[in-house]
Each structure stands twice: as C-alpha cells, then as structure tokens.
Write a protein that binds this ligand. Structure first.
Ligand code: SF4
Length: 276
C-alpha cells in the first residue's frame, strides 16, 4: 500500500506560535489558564493539560494567575474584563486573526455595516463580532436575509473559509440590494495552501484521511473539499478512530491534516498505515 502525505498539512504558524507560547509559560508558572481550548485538537489540549494548562469557558472562572489568549483571539470586552481583574494576559492571537479584528473596527468607523462570512459560533468569528458595535454573520445563502437593504456593506471573511465559498457568497451578495460593497480579503494563505494540496492529493489516491479535531473549522473544511473529489474521504481525530476494514483492497492512501493537528498525530498515523 502506498501512503502519500499532502505537501502542506498540519500546524500553521499561528497555531505553532500559540502552542510554543503555552509551553514556555507552563515551564515558568503554575497558575495558567486558556480562555477556551487553546487549539481545536483534543489530543493537544489533553497533552497541555497534563503540563498544567487549565482550560476555562468564561472570564468569570479565572481569579488569579496568567491567561493565555488562543490563536482564535478574544473579544476586546473579554480582554478588558481580564485586565480589570488584574490578571497577567499573554496574547497568542494569530496576527492574521488580529488583522480581521482590526479591519472590522476600521470598516465600522468608515460608516460601513460590517459583514463577516463565516460560522457564527466559531471563536474567531465571535471575537471579530466583539470588535465592532454591530456585525452581521453570514454563514451561507440562507443568511442573506440578515443584510439590510441599500446599506454600505463592508465585508470580511473568517480566515479559514475556502476561496470558493468566499467568492460564491460575494456573488450572492452582489446580486442583492446595497449602496456600496467594500470587500477585504481576509482569507489565510496557510489555510488555502492546505486546501489546495489536500484536493490535489485526494484526486490521486483511492482513500483519503483528513486528520484533526472534529470541532476544527479548517479541518472540517479540508474534509468537505476532499469529499467532493474523493467520496472515500474520512475525517478522523487520530489512529484510534480508524476502522481498518475501510483499507481493505486499497493500494493508495492519502493523508492530510488541519492547521491545528500536531505533527505527532500525523506521524503516528502514517507510520501505522505503512506498517499495516
Ligand atoms: S489557519 Fe491561518 S489564520 Fe488561522 S491560526 Fe493558522 S495562520 Fe492564523
């Protein structure tokens, strides 16, 4: 069986930075919190929890110590609350996510109604929503009714959406009623490169595995794109989730992984496949 790994897969620089910042603080301090899972990968979160990282859902759950802001960022209101409690804040927000937050604020100051194309409940989107007074979140065409008529719309996109989806949504918005449409491309090139190399690889193999957290938006996107090209695509968190009967009779296997999937998950999966 031939095992091929996508040219570009696994940790992006934003996630790698957040993990290394967490490891550095944990080596120096005992009372360290992450506001929400540091990345959308259960195995990586569990590994850091063993080193002492406490993951909490709310600002109210933190009374002392150091708080790590994950790569998805946090809303300014949350940061202000943390500051008012006198906590030590270490910001590991990805610079590309910070850019979207900044653009959302600027668009509103310029008089645009800010629109973000993305998943309403994703932490990156929620943080961007917190950066302006009024932000409309559009996941797909079914949300277009939320757009006000004859307004000046300033549009950004969740960093890990696919260019195809971004383009399709802009087309749909463009055929609606607006007085002005200003679009800033906030897609992440790291995520796009992972999407392109995953699609390229899954055309060449009989079966494709996409590794990463089930709640990871960028991993889910990879799996969706691969499934469109290769129906034998499986989104798994790690080797333990594999039902090996799906490998029966397969001679070529492809592996890719989301931007929040650690190298050791990919290496273990590939090694086990090669040994199989
Ligand atoms: S996928 Fe892109 S935007 Fe998201 S954390 Fe990684 S580098 Fe930053």
């Amino acid at each position: 069986m031939k095992v091929s790994v996508a040219q570009k897969c696994g940790f992006c620089h934003g996630v790698r930075n957040a993990i290394s910042v967490a490891e550095k603080i944990l080596a120096e301090e005992n009372d360290v919190y992450s506001l929400g899972p540091i990345i959308h990968n259960r195995d990586a979160v569990e590994r850091l929890a063993k080193s002492g990282l406490k993951t909490v859902g709310n600002v109210e759950d933190i009374r002392s110590g150091t708080v790590l802001i994950r790569s998805h960022g946090a809303a300014p209101e949350q940061i202000a609350k943390l500051k008012s409690k006198g906590l030590n804040i270490v910001d590991a927000t990805c610079i590309l996510v910070k850019r979207v937050q900044h653009i959302a604020g600027e668009l509103e100051k310029e008089g645009y109604k800010v629109v973000i194309i993305g998943e309403e409940n994703h932490p990156e989107v929620r943080a961007v929503v917190g950066c302006a007074e009024d932000v409309i979140v559009i996941a797909d065409e079914s949300d277009l009714h939320k757009l006000p008529q004859h307004a000046k719309l300033g549009v950004v996109c969740q960093t890990t959406q696919s260019p195809d989806h971004f383009g399709r949504m802009l087309g749909a918005m463009g055929s609606g009623s607006f007085s002005e449409l200003k679009v800033i491309n906030t897609l992440c090139k790291e995520a796009i490169k992972r999407q392109e190399s995953a699609v390229e690889l899954c055309k060449q193999v009989e079966i494709m595995f996409v590794l990463g957290g089930l709640e990871s938006a960028n991993t889910r996107r990879l799996a969706e794109l691969c499934k469109k090209v290769n129906k034998h695509t499986f989104h798994l968190q790690n080797w333990d989730e594999l039902d090996i009967s799906v490998l029966s009779g397969k001679k070529s296997v492809g592996v890719t992984a989301g931007a929040s999937t650690p190298d050791w998950i990919i290496d273990e999966f590939v090694k086990n496949l090669e040994d199989f």
